[in-house]
Design a protein around this ligand. Structure first.
Ligand code: DQA
Length: 145
């Protein structure tokens, strides 16, 4: 079963960007790792990243039309993009991931406008949060609710 992992704005700079917050792993390394994690779970994982909100929305439309489960980290868009929230509402199966614990950080990161429209959010568990999200997708596809 195909699964999309969608990373938003600034996440292409993983490894270079604030490594004390986001770690030393690059986006390419994360993508390779998640493809392998997915293969182990029987999932065909495709990882994408963009800094363009419209492109991200387009990917969510694709997931909605094709009924593809999504694991998404919208980066800073998580805190203010009603456009992405409106797109996520249309996706039948979405899990949100944040690498850092946004609630321990600046007040503007405490507003989460997309979280009400996803099944659940994993945050503050580092890059391992993506693996946990994929494990949830795999389990939920075997035992749908
Ligand atoms: C992030 C948290 C956001 O506040 C931030 O803007 C990001 C990354 C995370 O994964 O911890 O870009 O989504």
């Amino acid at each position: 079963r195909r699964v999309l992992v969608l990373n938003g704005v600034n996440l292409g700079r993983l490894g270079q960007r604030q490594p004390e917050v986001y770690g030393a792993t690059t986006h390419a390394q994360l993508a390779g790792h998640l493809e392998r994690t997915g293969a182990g779970l029987g999932l065909d994982v495709e990882v994408r990243q963009t800094d363009h909100e419209g492109e991200f929305v387009g990917w969510l439309h694709e997931a909605a039309s094709q009924d593809v489960p999504v694991v998404l980290n919208p980066g800073a868009w998580s805190h203010y993009s009603y456009a992405i929230a409106d797109a996520v509402v249309q996706v039948p199966f979405a899990v949100e991931v944040h690498i850092s614990n946004v609630h321990q950080r600046e007040a503007w990161r405490h507003t989460m406008v997309i979280s009400p429209y996803v099944r659940g959010t994993i945050l503050g568990l580092g890059l391992g949060g993506y693996d946990l999200a994929l494990a949830h997708v795999a389990a939920a596809l075997v035992e749908p609710d």
